[in-house]
Design a binder for this molecule. Structure first.
Ligand SMILES: Cc1cc2nc3c(=O)[nH]c(=O)nc-3n(C[C@H](O)[C@H](O)[C@H](O)COP(=O)(O)OP(=O)(O)OC[C@H]3O[C@@H](n4cnc5c(N)ncnc54)[C@H](O)[C@@H]3O)c2cc1C
Length: 436
């Protein structure tokens, strides 16, 4: 591992920015570097939005150099790779061989280690659970030099899945894949006029489709509150031919001096998207279906130098319709909607991690340009709705949740503390547990 320099670092939302010394990991058999003072934290590919991968005043272990494939069992669909390999790199190897990730988030530019440490979820939570359910083992390197082989029933496994990088460095992992016949996805689009229609469609669609997700027009109000587009998909059977091409790659070449995302732009975009003509059924390459934003490189720059927040919560099924409705109403009134309001449900499969975010219920995720006090007061108002409903916010998307909200929604946090490596810490953890 080589010392690089003290550098500013941020997550995908480009806020907050913290300064830490960057240590590049290249060899999984090397011991952890142990500077005389200061704490360590792994940094994968920085696709968490806020401060979960940041460690201001300490050291970041950059894991992208741990990028080797170790073993592939093409009969049983088992893949072993170092923790800095990205899902994009995994897909390039496995799809031509008839395999696919069992669970994937909405971007393929995350590392295996990052996916495990946030126990990420995809569009198929109702049938597959979250990422940790498909990890068969991994190695955890602790600062005392111990290398732990963690298996699913081991408490260290449960602490590290969703453990926010605090239990040590994951050096490699083994994941179980699902078989596919080709790279194509059969999909179905349905427009819903309000939340009630969404819940009706979802109830039926989840029984027949492994992948479901919806886009919501968060600028709509009144009778149209909660209108949107429902997308369901499944891997295409053998013999499917498609003429669909993957989208061309676009780039946001620099950060504009101000956010390009303002209320009139958002209203028009949402209106046009909702009313766009789209085929009720189609066959698509897996790329645009799972990763619609990945073809616009650096799309996070459109929010300008002040960056942006994502707000993602989950609430139980019982009163989800009212809670989601109330949240959407407050956002619409504030005029601070976003392009990306994504609604989906989590099924009953229990998560593997002590601090995993997924739990049975409905989850809504939205991006907000950073408008300072106005955005903070909207978030406080949304927090009170989520709190009253007994919901949880997602650490991977967070840069500002209150410590008491975290501790209430993640009651295992105290038990978890005993698994934290004494040399590891993060901005997020210090913030939500009120430590220095
Ligand atoms: C466009 C977009 C769409 C997204 N969609 C989804 C989604 O659908 N579902 C979802 O769940 N998430 C989603 N995310 C969030 C993203 O999947 C997670 O934040 C993911 O954990 C990021 O992985 P990373 O490799 O970039 O890790 P980072 O963001 O760099 O780090 C994440 C955490 O992992 C820890 N970590 C990283 N590597 C290691 C290691 N080797 N050992 C120990 N700890 C480690 C870090 O310390 C940190 O706590 C999305 C993000 C973006 C930008």
């Amino acid at each position: 591992m080589n010392i690089v320099s003290p550098s500013p670092l941020a997550g995908w939302g480009r806020l907050p920015i913290s300064r830490q010394i960057l240590l590049r990991c290249r060899d999984r058999s090397s011991p952890l570097p142990l500077p005389a003072d200061g704490t360590l934290l792994p940094y994968g590919n920085g696709r968490s939005y806020g401060d979960v991968p940041l460690n201001d005043g300490g050291y970041s272990l950059l894991t992208r150099g741990l990028d080797r494939f170790i073993a592939f069992d093409p009969i049983n669909g088992l893949l072993q790779a170092e923790a800095g390999v990205t899902l994009a790199e995994v897909l390039e190897i496995i799809v031509p061989r008839g395999w696919f990730l069992a669970v994937t988030p909405g971007t393929r530019f995350v590392t295996l280690g990052g996916a495990l440490a946030n126990d990420v979820h995809g569009k198929n939570h109702h049938v597959a659970g979250s990422f940790g359910a498909h990890v068969s083992r991994f190695e955890l390197l602790r600062s005392d030099g111990e290398r732990r082989l963690c298996l699913p029933h081991d408490p260290w496994f449960k602490a590290t899945v969703g453990g926010l990088g605090l239990t040590g460095l994951i050096t490699w992992l083994e994941i179980r894949l699902q078989p596919v016949a080709n790279p194509w996805i059969i999909l179905e689009n349905k427009v819903f006029r309000n939340l009630e229609e969404y819940f009706d469609i979802n109830r039926v669609s989840e029984l027949g489709w492994p992948y479901t997700v919806s886009w919501i027009d968060c600028a709509a109000r009144g009778k149209a509150l909660g209108r949107g587009v429902y997308l369901a998909g499944r891997h295409a059977p053998v013999g499917t031919k498609s003429t669909s091409l993957g989208p061309s790659r676009l780039v946001v070449p620099f950060t504009p001096p101000f956010s390009l995302v303002n209320t009139p732009v958002l209203r028009s975009f949402n209106f046009l998207y909702y009313h766009a003509r789209r085929p009720p059924q189609a066959c698509s390459h897996y790329g645009p279906f799972f990763y619609p934003l990945d073809h616009v490189q650096h799309w996070n720059r459109i929010y300008g130098p002040r960056g942006f927040y994502q707000y993602q919560f989950v609430v139980a099924h019982d009163n989800a319709q009212e809670v989601v409705g109330e949240v959407l109403e407050r956002i619409a009134v504030s005029g601070q909607g976003s392009f990306l309001a994504v609604l989906k449900t989590f099924g009953k499969l229990p998560a593997q991690g002590m601090l995993s975010f997924p739990r049975p219920g409905v989850t809504l995720a939205l991006d907000f340009p950073n408008r300072g006090g106005a955005t903070m007061s909207l978030f406080s108002s949304l927090d009170s709705v989520v709190r009253q409903a007994g919901g949880a916010l997602y650490p991977a998307k967070d840069a500002r949740m209150r410590g008491d909200d975290f501790r209430r929604a993640y009651p295992a946090w105290e038990e978890f503390q005993s698994y934290i490596d004494p040399r590891f810490s993060s901005d997020f953890w210090r913030r939500v547990t009120n430590q220095g």
